[in-house]
Ligand binder design. Structure first.
Ligand code: NI
Length: 394
């Protein structure tokens, strides 16, 4: 295993330079022509079979092992975020208003690095590895499109694995937990419609504002009384819109918010409660109501057996002091969840806090100031490769 680490370090200049190229040319969403071209060039000498998505910029590169066996899926997402970089790095974004602020540039570079390591170790692989370069993670459901297109079809599949870099864990550490690791995130919108009128004569109108206020408080009570504390759920109203001035009763009130849950059961339960409460409040106030739920990503659930195998692999690769258990799931969301609904697997976080910075104080992912420690990239490359090798040993 030491040799894997050494090999990852030996090619780390290449990994870092590829990452910097990607960092300067970030792209948004599902259509990433520049990134796709760079990926195809970077892996062109490795003898991989390439599958290209026809509807997105996804690239699936297949490495055939020396003998037969199952398939391992390794994912790196490729898209950036719509914000203006303010890090002052010499290789900062050259695209105004677009930045690799979630570190997906590092994921692409690490996955390409792992492809290089594993291509040189074809003899040690019984089965095949699919390197899944995925666009559209930031809210565009890129993984779902790839699954629907059949790009990740294989049988049998040993598992699926993804790393996510974060500036908020110690550099070079692997951090994971079995079971739910990231939340489901769904948005909602409720519109109450009554009858507008003069503020001095509410009995001649039908005011939706008290109903909107009641909805907010009743939802919090409903959540705390009706949803198990052992399966946590967060519902936050982030926006209330009603009225134009102080002496007019408006005809409508709109309430928007987000729901975060850690199981499909509580996800469905909370959405149902939202509908029930909104309809009940509307009925009590003789208003009409419209409830719209915009589904986001499902819960990201690490298969306990696979997560344990990743813990063992990374412990023997890096030492126990560099592998940490995450106590509580994070309430962010990830579309690798779609892959983990289809295949057993695991997502783990790679720490990359800048040198000399307290990880908890570091500018976080999605900040225009976030900086990732590039010394962690060799670790990520070796971890991707080691997880595949451990599941596909002859
Ligand atoms: Ni991300």
């Amino acid at each position: 295993m030491t040799s894997l680490i050494e090999a990852a370090h030996a090619q780390s200049d290449r990994t870092i330079s590829f990452r910097r190229t990607l960092h300067q040319h970030p792209e948004l969403g599902l259509d990433l022509p520049v990134t796709r071209k760079a990926v195809l060039e970077e892996i062109s000498d490795l003898g991989l079979t390439i599958r290209l998505s026809e509807s997105t910029s996804a690239v699936v590169a297949e490495l055939e092992g020396a003998s037969d066996g199952p398939t391992m899926i390794l994912r790196g997402d490729m898209d950036a975020l719509p914000l203006r970089e303010d890090t002052g790095l010499p290789f900062a974004s050259k695209v105004d208003g677009v930045m690799h602020a979630c570190g997906h540039d590092t994921h692409v570079a690490m996955l390409a690095g792992a492809a290089r390591l594993l291509a040189a170790r074809r003899d040690e692989l019984a089965g095949r590895v699919l390197f899944f370069f995925q666009p559209g993670e930031e809210g565009h459901h890129g993984a779902r499109y790839a699954l629907e297109e059949g790009l990740l079809d294989a049988d049998p599949v040993a598992g699926a694995f993804a790393l996510h870099i974060t500036s908020q864990y110690t550099s070079g550490t692997i951090n994971l937990r079995p079971g739910p690791i990231l939340a489901a995130a769904d948005d909602f919108r409720v519109v109450f419609t009554g009858r507008g009128g003069h503020a001095s004569a509410p009995h001649n109108a039908n005011d939706p504002i008290p109903a909107a206020c009641e909805l907010v408080t009743t939802l919090q009570v409903a959540l705390s009384r009706r949803v198990s504390v052992f399966d946590p759920a967060v519902l936050t109203v982030g926006q209330i819109t009603a009225g134009t001035t102080s002496n007019i009763i408006p005809a409508t009130a709109e309430i928007r918010g987000t729901i975060r849950t850690l199981s499909e059961e509580s996800r469905e339960d909370v959405i149902q409660r939202l509908r029930t409460v909104a309809e009940g409040v509307a009925a009590a106030h003789e208003l009409s109501v419209e409830v719209e739920v915009v589904p986001g990503y499902p819960v990201t659930v690490n298969d306990p057996t696979f997560a344990e195998s990743v813990r063992e692999t990374t412990t023997s690769l890096l030492g126990a002091e560099r592998v940490a258990h995450i106590d509580e799931p994070l309430m962010g969301a990830e579309d690798f969840s779609y892959v983990l609904q289809r295949y057993p697997g695991t997502m783990a976080f790679l720490g990359a806090a800048p040198d000399g910075t307290d990880p908890e104080q570091a500018a976080p992912n999605h900040s225009n100031l976030v900086v990732f420690n590039e010394a962690a990239l060799a670790t990520g490359v070796a971890v991707y490769a080691a997880v595949a090798l451990d599941h596909l040993h002859p």
